[in-house]
Design a protein. Structure first.
Length: 120
């Protein structure tokens, strides 16, 4: 679950950094942007995707073990795993429908992966 938690924290930090960009920086011309530091230029390139990043979901699936902490049950329960896998197979979109889902990253740990990456 560490990978899942770290990815969520990284997403949240990126969203916070994008939201913190001053309006004056967002209004700069392309020529003015070139004089900024690399980090700010990268944030400006990502800014148009802020809405998508806010809703991007990260989940995990793991093989259960009798010594697992209670907090891992959400990731090791077979029914919940199947539901996450079905969501992950849908086309990514900010809204959840029968054909789309905001679940973008599925961290797989300690599972047999044969066929998991096979085309849907």
């Amino acid at each position: 679950m560490t990978y899942q938690q770290q990815l969520v924290q990284a997403r949240d930090a990126l969203v916070s950094a994008l939201e913190a960009l001053p309006a004056a920086v967002l209004a700069l011309s392309d020529d003015e942007v070139q004089s900024l530091d690399d980090s700010t230029r990268s944030l400006l390139r990502l800014y148009p995707r802020l809405t998508r990043l806010r809703v991007l979901e990260v989940a995990a699936v793991v093989s259960p073990n009798h010594n697992d902490p209670e907090s891992w049950r959400q990731w090791s329960d077979k029914e919940k795993q199947q539901a996450l896998i079905e969501r992950f197979k849908r086309r990514w979109a900010p809204e959840k429908t029968t054909k789309t889902d905001p679940l973008a990253i599925l961290v797989v740990n300690n599972m047999l992966l044969t066929g998991f990456d096979a085309p849907v």
